[in-house]
Design a protein around this ligand. Structure first.
Ligand SMILES: C[S@@+](CC[C@H](N)C(=O)[O-])C[C@H]1O[C@@H](n2cnc3c(N)ncnc32)[C@H](O)[C@@H]1O
Length: 223
């Protein structure tokens, strides 16, 4: 399960533009969301969006149905303060990505630097099960993690690093990798961290198999 006290403390004690993952302009995420080709009115969820400026960019780009989920209320409060009145156009969910139910399904699931904190396979299954239950048919999934030559830790916590082969193995037949992009992210203190972004689409075949035969997520995702 996510370490809520850790994350609440990070956003209480640090300015959002001083944390290592801060981006003035989350350009890779925006470009990949645009490449996903979903309609501007279709629902998007940013998992572990924290205080990211992606929400601002998506509003600027006229995406209308945005949800930002984060385990830390202090992170969401930063984003809401920054957005001012525009914050009302977004649904904010304080929840753990390994243990939530929004009761909605999304056309696009975006996660930058959250999935890689799941070092325990039971947490990964829970996350992937929530993902599976939260996607509309033909949904797209964008997950950005540290690349194999990225850091072994973030915010003092261990991470799992992924390349395309490793993420593809995990997603099995369920998510089909469409595109990988590598980013050399420069932190506010000037260090370079290598990220990989994976854009995937939901495969129709296992979904129907799943519905017809009651396949469990363990049979769908492989590790
Ligand atoms: C490294 S930051 C990335 C924030 C944002 N995605 C970005 O790229 O700027 C990780 C974020 O995930 C949140 N987080 C960590 N574990 C989580 C979990 N299990 N469920 C939901 N959010 C989580 C943290 O509070 C934090 O905002």
């Amino acid at each position: 399960m996510g370490d809520k006290p850790h994350w609440e403390g990070i956003y209480r004690d640090k300015a959002p533009d001083s944390v290592s993952w801060y981006q003035e302009h989350p350009g890779y995420s925006l470009e990949l969301i645009q490449a996903a080709g979903i309609g501007k009115g279709q629902p998007i969820i940013d998992i572990g969006g924290g205080a990211s400026r992606l929400a601002d960019l998506l509003l600027d780009a006229d995406y209308k149905d945005l949800t930002v989920l984060d385990i830390a209320s202090t992170a969401l409060a930063h984003a809401q303060r920054r957005l001012g009145e525009r914050a009302q156009r977004i649904t904010w969910l304080e929840a753990d990505a390994t243990d939530f139910s929004s009761g909605r399904r999304y056309a696009l699931w975006h996660d930058r630097a959250v999935f890689h904190f799941l070092t325990d396979s039971a947490d990964r299954w829970r996350y992937l099960d929530n993902l599976r239950q939260s996607l509309l048919p033909k949904a797209q999934v964008i997950i950005a993690t540290f690349a194999p030559d990225g850091p072994e830790q973030c915010s003092g916590l261990p991470v799992v690093r992924y390349d395309a082969a490793k993420i593809t193995r995990l997603f099995g037949e369920y998510l089909v990798l469409q595109e990988t992009r590598n980013e050399a992210h420069r932190t506010p203190s000037g260090k370079v961290q290598h990220f990989s972004y994976f854009r995937c689409s939901l495969s129709a075949i296992p979904l129907s198999r799943d519905v017809r035969n009651g396949y469990s997520h363990r049979a769908i995702f492989r590790e």
